[in-house]
Design a protein around this ligand. Structure first.
Ligand SMILES: [Cu+2]
Length: 67
């Protein structure tokens, strides 16, 4: 993942125990194993409540309802 922003962000994927800060204009590399559902929820731990979150989808998985 690469950030074009000038502020610190974060990639958190709770289902995989991933919690990585992404420095301004920086990159982080993570290895992912998708669950059978094909859906992985991610967020920025700093700005997730502001809407900085989403889902990674594998194959033809459909987005799941927000929780
Ligand atoms: Cu952020």
């Amino acid at each position: 993942m690469e950030s074009e922003a000038g502020t610190l962000h974060n990639l958190s994927i709770p289902a995989l125990g991933i919690d990585k800060d992404i420095p301004p204009k920086g990159k982080v590399q993570v290895e992912l194993t998708f669950p059978a559902s094909g859906v992985l929820a991610f967020s920025c731990k700093f700005h997730g409540p502001l809407g900085m979150n989403g889902q990674l989808l594998a194959g033809d998985a459909a987005p799941s309802e927000a929780r």
